[in-house]
Write a protein that binds this ligand. Structure first.
Ligand SMILES: C[S@@+](CC[C@H](N)C(=O)[O-])C[C@H]1O[C@@H](n2cnc3c(N)ncnc32)[C@H](O)[C@@H]1O
Length: 273
């Protein structure tokens, strides 16, 4: 199952495609900034805007050490390090995402603050209570053992620390149309309802602070992305479609349809240990 998930995300030439994309906006690895990378390295609905809205609820401070669970190519990790000045450790299952993310950290001069590791979020190689906060964006849809995952994050963060989740959650019993960005078929998808998330979080020892449904935000985001593409006559040089490979357009269009049909919705859950 884990190998199939990493295979689903493996692109093959991701760093080269991102390098071509930044050339398309007139930049090089030496001159590109964290903000300019945001359209390609924030692999979740709503991109950078979603990260800003979500991360703002974690109360981060400059001397915090934070954990990005399922960090992908590390877009949110770099955003957090550059915005708050804090250290970020990211971990992700897909080796190519981790190596690509490490190169992007080098490009923007953030390798001193952001460390990315390859590994499984249900068994992380870090000591108990190492982190002041943790966050996870669009990862739970690939992890069936949510109770185990949340118990592991509970182990890693300090008392009174916050943990934020921004995931796509199941909102009806109707079957999804595949492929979607996190899975090509039902066997590697582990969607759960908001109630199943909160139950697993409480079971792990967390207290729920806030829950926010982001369905309307997602609809506005997709409508704006479509408007911009129509105006420009195609996809921009840098966009999240790059990380999704050749089947990006069908994955995105199924995602939009699944949300519009009420089968799934992106939801934020903020909890405290
Ligand atoms: C949709 S991407 C989101 C990446 C990143 N959080 C972001 O928002 O840009 C989902 C990520 O979850 C990672 N993932 C899936 N299952 C995982 C697991 N068991 N442990 C660690 N990472 C996992 C995948 O490798 C992929 O990078």
């Amino acid at each position: 199952m884990k190998d199939s998930i990493a295979d689903h995300y493996t692109h093959g030439e991701l760093l080269d495609r991102i390098r071509s994309g930044i050339e398309g906006i007139g930049k090089t690895p030496e001159t590109v900034t964290v903000d300019e990378l945001a359209p390609v390295d924030e692999f979740h609905i709503g991109g950078r805007q979603a990260s800003e809205d979500f991360i703002g609820q974690l109360g981060l401070m400059a001397d915090d050490h934070t954990l990005d669970v399922g960090c992908g190519i590390g877009g949110t990790s770099r955003f957090v390090a550059s915005r708050f000045g804090c250290r970020v450790t990211g971990i992700d299952l897909t080796p190519e995402f981790v190596s690509t993310g490490q190169s992007l950290c080098d490009w923007v001069g953030l390798s001193g603050l952001v460390e990315l590791h390859q590994g499984d979020a249900t068994e992380m190689p870090f000591a108990d209570e190492s982190f002041d906060a943790a966050f996870m964006l669009h990862v739970g849809m690939n992890i069936a053992d949510k109770a185990g995952l949340f118990a592991e994050i509970h182990r890693l963060i300090k008392s009174d620390a916050r943990f934020g989740i921004y995931d796509v959650m199941q909102t009806s019993d109707e079957a999804l149309t595949y492929p979607v960005p996190w899975s090509s078929e039902p066997g590697t998808s582990a969607l759960a309802t908001q109630e199943q998330y909160t139950e697993a979080l409480e079971q792990a020892g967390f207290e729920i602070m806030n829950i926010r449904d982001r369905r309307d935000f997602a609809a506005d985001f997709f409508a704006e992305a479509r408007r911009q593409m129509e105006q420009a006559g195609g996809a921009p040089p840098l966009g999240v479609h790059i990380a999704m490979g050749e089947s990006a357009s069908i994955k995105i269009s199924n995602m939009v349809d699944n949300i519009a049909a009420g089968r799934v919705a992106p939801v934020e859950i903020i909890v405290i240990k």
